[in-house]
Design a protein around this ligand. Structure first.
Ligand code: XMP
Length: 516
């Protein structure tokens, strides 16, 4: 395994991800707890992460001295390079003008880290983000790569297998970065690269058992299911670890897509045999939404009501010691705190934000190291089918934010039908997986139409489909005209209440993905 010593970089988890992609197990430990992790793991290599500190600060965060005497390969990235240089007797310059963004590294001499990929004389694009830089190497180190702003962009001490790089190989803007990290863990550290998601599953199951406890003194865990991939995978994994100490709660707020509730019931009750409470709260949500047209008021009401319902159900179950959440790494907005944390700030799932504190529950978040595509892989590992793990994201406030203006059950029913037809056609055309999100929106506008010699005066339905990698930016999916014509025809023919269909051609930005 590889021990990643965290100095507080925002992208330390990306290092872990690249190591996982190379088929090697790794753990991240804050620098202040690295010795314990080292003793427990007995790693074959160490990576020192980047971080916001400067080695010239008073009392800078350091790697444990013993790591440099352990005879193991060490890769220092950015601050990791600086701290290694500093601790081994070299010099780092602060308050320099720094280098941020794209840069090019020229390979000056051979280095085991570059074996099989970079040759002397070549220039390669890398991503820099540093103010400080190494200006004097520690004993035994030689410069093997330079950039305009960093004469020691890559340094190494081959005898000791210590490597320092100023740029960030873990980010996608360093095109060969993943290969460099793979080279370090496999070629330099000699690890086999045969670690898999199956082992991740085993490790997490053991961790959950440890955290929650099993048997007589085991804690009770409650998990709010949304019907989406993340909370489902988290629940299934936790159930594997602690069995019926877990209860899942699914709140049907009446703002779900067609058959969504039934799908959750079938999957959890019949397939996985996981204790599941389904709360029928449609009336309550519809009553509260009556007369509400402002998007933010809708969101606020739905979020607050969800918490209220969830809390009531948890009380009925006699409370719980833990709340399970499908928080993913991108939701974890801060890495370890500068003081050696781990004090992380969480963007709580909007549905249950604030609940853990209010109900005095601890969090179980087995997916917080993973990215979306890794969660999908873990889901497959746990027996979920491709169709389920590939589901498009669905917002917590559900259909309410796809019905501009006032929301009521009748309008939800109309939208559900149109949406189901649209998605069915997308699946039939084999396009579902190429699209990030596709859905119908029911507009608060009526237009005139003619059907079978009769005048109609009904609502307009807008169709949206976008491609994206993270939901932050999005592009319109370019359906061909025939496909859209088919969908429009089916919706107008089959859904009473809709007599016109339009397609949304707005990218994000300037639009958002949802209409509200
Ligand atoms: P926007 O509309 O902001 O959406 O471009 C970006 C992504 O976030 C989803 N979304 C939400 N998800 N609660 C959620 O759980 C919400 O309140 C919410 N609002 C938007 C949206 O579906 C898209 O994937």
């Amino acid at each position: 395994s590889i021990l990643i010593v965290d100095f507080g970089s925002q992208v330390t988890q990306l290092i872990a991800r690249r190591v996982r992609e190379a088929g090697v197990y790794s753990e991240i430990a804050p620098y202040s707890k690295a010795v314990e992790a080292f003793e427990r793991m007995n790693p074959k290599g160490i990576i020192l992460s980047g971080g916001p500190a400067s080695v010239n600060d008073e009392d800078p965060p350091l790697a444990p001295e013993a790591f440099y005497e352990a005879g193991l390969p060490i890769l220092g990235i950015c601050y990791g390079q600086q701290v290694m240089t500093h601790q081994l007797g070299g010099k780092v310059l602060s308050h320099d003008m720094g280098e941020f963004g794209r840069a090019f590294v020229e390979v000056k001499s051979d280095c085991t880290l570059f074996d099989g990929m970079w040759q002397v004389g070549e220039k390669h694009q890398v991503w820099m983000s540093h103010g400080d830089k190494v200006v004097e190497l520690a004993d035994g180190f030689t410069p093997v790569g330079t950039s305009d702003g960093a004469p020691f962009a890559v340094t190494c001490n081959e005898a000791k297998r210590f490597y320092g790089i100023q740029f960030h190989p873990e980010v996608v803007h360093t095109p060969d970065g993943a290969k460099l990290i793979a080279n370090f863990v496999r070629h330099v550290c000699g690890l086999a690269g045969d670690w898999t998601m199956a082992e991740y599953r085993e490790t997490k199951v053991a961790e959950i058992r440890e955290q929650v406890g099993v048997g007589e003194h085991g804690g009770k865990v409650i998990c709010g299911l949304s019907g989406g991939v993340d909370s489902s995978v988290a629940a299934i994994l936790i159930h594997e670890a602690i069995g019926d100490q877990l209860t899942c709660v699914f709140v049907d707020h009446g703002l779900l897509r067609m058959n969504e509730r039934e799908q959750v019931e079938t999957l959890f009750r019949d397939h996985y045999n996981i204790p599941l409470v389904v709360v029928d709260a449609e009336e309550r949500f519809m009553a509260g939404l009556a007369g509400v047209t402002d998007p933010e008021k809708k969101r606020k009401f739905i979020g607050g009501e969800f918490i209220a319902v969830f809390e009531e159900e948890a009380k009925k179950l006699g409370g719980a010691d833990f709340l399970a959440q499908g928080t993913l790494y991108p939701d974890v907005i801060e890495s370890v705190s500068f003081t050696g944390g781990p004090s992380v700030t969480i963007k709580s799932h909007h549905n249950v934000g604030g609940l853990p504190e209010r109900m005095n529950m601890k969090l179980v978040e087995p997916l917080r190291e993973l990215f979306k595509d890794e969660v999908r892989e873990l889901g497959r590992e746990l027996g979920l089918n491709d169709q389920f793990v590939g589901r498009h994201p669905f917002p917590g406030p559900g259909l309410a934010i796809r019905i501009p203006g006032e929301v009521d059950k009748a309008r939800c029913d109309i939208l559900r039908k149109a949406d189901a037809i649209y998605l069915e056609e997308i699946r039939n055309a084999g396009l579902y997986d190429a699209i990030w999100q596709a859905f119908a929106v029911l507009l608060p506008v009526k237009t005139v139409g003619v059907m079978g010699d009769h005048r109609t005066y009904d609502s307009v339905c807008a169709l949206r489909a976008v491609t994206s990698t993270d939901g932050m930016t999005a592009d319109v999916y370019p359906f061909d005209a025939q496909f859209l014509t088919n969908v429009a025809t089916r919706i107008v023919n089959e859904v009473k209440g809709i007599n016109r269909v339009v397609y949304d051609y707005t990218s994000k930005p300037p639009g958002t993905i949802e209409w509200e």
